[in-house]
Design a protein around this ligand. Structure first.
Ligand code: CA
Length: 169
């Protein structure tokens, strides 16, 4: 069941840190995503946020796994960009916890370069895609676009013409 997005509620224009929240519409032409970056390296988190915000997405940052789970429980995200190495709960634990909590958005994991086991573990825990660090911002943007297209297809209303067709699972 779809959860009501907090920013769609009247009077809910600010997040818990008092920042004004983006209150953009969710029309069919709107391909912007609500994204949560989970990364403890502030320079990387800020750089990724700047790039994705410039692409029109609404972006939040969580600096550790515990906050990531709190934010994902409070707001509805289309995509979580999740670093593996985090203080406390690591990215794999966060990924598992999100899926166990029925998080339906996309998860893109940031893994160590050439660490095949990290990628396998991430995908097994419910990640949709991975990107090896260090990554190029262009590749990150391309992967976000690809995951966003899938997400928007899921979100788009379906118009069926002709005989009713059983919905594919
Ligand atoms: Ca990190």
């Amino acid at each position: 069941m779809a959860r009501l997005h907090p920013v769609d509620l009247p009077g809910c224009r600010y997040d818990r840190r008092g920042r004004a929240r983006t209150d953009r519409g969710r029309g069919a032409e709107d391909d912007s995503l609500r994204i949560l970056i989970v990364e403890d390296e502030v320079v990387i988190a800020d750089a990724v946020k700047a790039v994705l915000a410039a692409d029109g997405h609404a972006v939040d940052i969580a600096g550790d796994g515990r906050h990531a789970l709190e934010w994902a429980d409070t707001y509805t995200y289309d995509l979580v960009i999740l670093d593996v190495i985090l203080p406390g709960l690591d990215g794999f634990a966060v990924c598992s916890a999100l899926r166990m909590a029925s998080f339906t958005g996309a998860i893109l994991m940031l893994t160590a370069l050439d660490d095949v086991q990290d990628r396998v573990t991430g995908l097994d825990r419910g990640a949709d895609d991975y990107l090896a660090k260090p990554f190029s911002m262009d590749e990150l943007r391309a992967r976000v676009r690809a995951l966003g297209r899938r997400r928007l297809e899921d979100r788009a209303p379906r118009i069926e013409v002709g005989d009713p067709v059983r919905k594919k699972e």
